[in-house]
Design a protein around this ligand. Structure first.
Ligand SMILES: NC(=O)c1ccc[n+]([C@@H]2O[C@H](COP(=O)([O-])OP(=O)(O)OC[C@H]3O[C@@H](n4cnc5c(N)ncnc54)[C@H](O)[C@@H]3O)[C@@H](O)[C@H]2O)c1
Ligand SMILES: O=C(O)C(=O)C[C@@H](O)[C@H](O)[C@H](O)COP(=O)(O)O
Ligand SMILES: [Zn+2]
Length: 363
């Protein structure tokens, strides 16, 4: 392992400052410069699983003169609720957290989505730093400033665009991550491959088993490439008024599955099925060639991601997809591929096309 830090720039826009994503090992020393001297208090929001890491960071920041506190929240999607956000607001209020103070989101995408949302809403917006500790968090959730929580009616339905002041992706944190969660993150890595950087797919296909662990030969390159895709896209379209929608590839059905599973599934697993569905939609709409559509199944299955879902769930899934954020009025919109790394939007597909594509993932 190298001690070198890889730095990826994310441009500022809409009044938000530019920031960097740092990838490397032992990045704790990079926290204080990002927090800055203007902050008196720092709140570290972390999941139960990272209690020891949260406490170690708190002690380090106290040694550096900050009033640092930890807010422990539930693991995984259970953290992305209005009740947990309200708990965080209460603690910040009791601590006297001001506009010059800083929130740190330490954890996977669920925790950083929550922490970013709390930062976006507290006093109408305070600075926050994202410290992703899952593969998915590093390559996707921590970057780009989409923050939010779930409600029973849908995934990420309440949220804000609120970019972090910096992202510290410490590869050492991946060593304690369970295999299931690591593989879930590969779904977003593979997404980045299909929508923008096919070298990612080549690297995974060379040795799929090796790609399922952080010790794999291409881990750093896969993470760097996927973050670069995300950074390039969000740099040009923070608020998703155009190109950013491509990052939602596979998410229209994927989020509907997550809602149907009451947010007990891992995001990557749902998005894997959602990408197979989107590929079938592209194929059936006459846009995507058979080889690229089939490649979805091969590469996703090769790392152990699911490809199919229950046939009887279709009516509920269709209902859930209607309030996808890409919908406009009654118009359903899907990101599809016209070819490898050639994204486009399929608007208002005929219902029979949707049913036929779903038959391919539920048959
Ligand atoms: N904001 C965005 O742009 C964006 C992008 C992609 C996904 N997301 C969101 O990210 C969430 C999924 O995030 P995720 O896949 O990182 O899962 P997660 O945050 O739900 O974490 C999965 C589990 O891993 C545990 N964990 C985290 N880091 C660990 C570590 N280093 N060692 C051991 N255990 C650890 C967590 O406590 C949790 O139990 C979803 O809610 C999804 O909607 C957001
Ligand atoms: O950053 C984006 O934009 C994405 O769509 C990335 C997705 O991987 C991520 O799951 C995101 O949270 C989905 O956002 P949503 O707006 O569809 O809720
Ligand atoms: Zn996602």
């Amino acid at each position: 392992m190298t001690d070198q830090i890889v730095r990826i720039q994310v441009a500022g826009s809409d009044g938000h400052a530019p920031y960097e994503v740092l990838i490397g090992h032992q990045l704790l020393g990079e926290l204080a410069p990002l927090i800055g001297p203007q902050a008196k208090r720092v709140a570290i929001i972390h999941p139960e699983a990272l209690e020891a890491t949260g406490e170690a960071i708190r002690e380090d920041l106290v040694d550096q003169g900050y009033e640092a506190i930890v807010l422990q929240v539930p693991n995984a999607e259970d953290a992305k609720s209005v009740e947990v956000a309200a708990y965080c607001w209460s603690v910040l209020g009791q601590t006297g957290f001001t506009r010059s103070d800083v929130i740190i989101g330490l954890g996977g995408g669920s925790t950083t989505d929550l922490a970013g949302f709390v930062a976006a809403t507290w006093l109408r917006g305070v600075r926050w730093i994202s410290v992703p500790t899952t593969l998915l968090g590093m390559v996707d959730a921590a970057v780009g400033g989409k923050t939010g929580i779930n409600i029973a009616e849908g995934k990420n339905m309440v949220g804000a665009f609120h970019p972090p002041a910096g992202v510290l992706a410490d590869l050492g944190t991946l060593e304690t991550l369970g295999k299931h969660d690591y593989v879930s993150g590969l779904a977003e890595v593979i997404k980045a491959g299909f929508i923008a950087d096919p070298v990612i797919l080549d690297l995974i296909e060379q040795d799929p088993a090796a790609a399922t662990a952080p010790s794999g030969p291409h881990t750093l390159e896969l993470i760097r490439r996927a973050i670069q895709v995300k950074a390039d896209v969000v740099s040009g379209d923070l608020k998703e008024s155009g190109r950013r929608e491509i990052l939602n590839y596979g998410h229209t059905l994927g989020h509907a599955i997550e809602r149907n599973e009451r947010y007990k599934w891992r995001h990557g697993a749902a998005i894997s099925i959602g990408m197979v569905f989107a590929a079938e939609l592209g194929r059936l709409a006459g846009r995507l060639d058979d080889a690229t559509a089939d490649r979805h199944r091969t590469v996703l299955a090769s790392v152990g991601l699911p490809l199919s879902y229950r046939a009887d769930a279709w009516p509920k899934l269709l209902d859930a997809m209607k309030i996808d954020k890409k919908s406009r009025g009654d118009l359903l919109r899907f990101i599809v591929l016209d070819g490898l790394a050639k994204t486009s939007v399929l608007e208002g597909p005929d219902p029979s096309l949707l049913v036929a594509a779903y038959a391919e993932v539920s048959g």
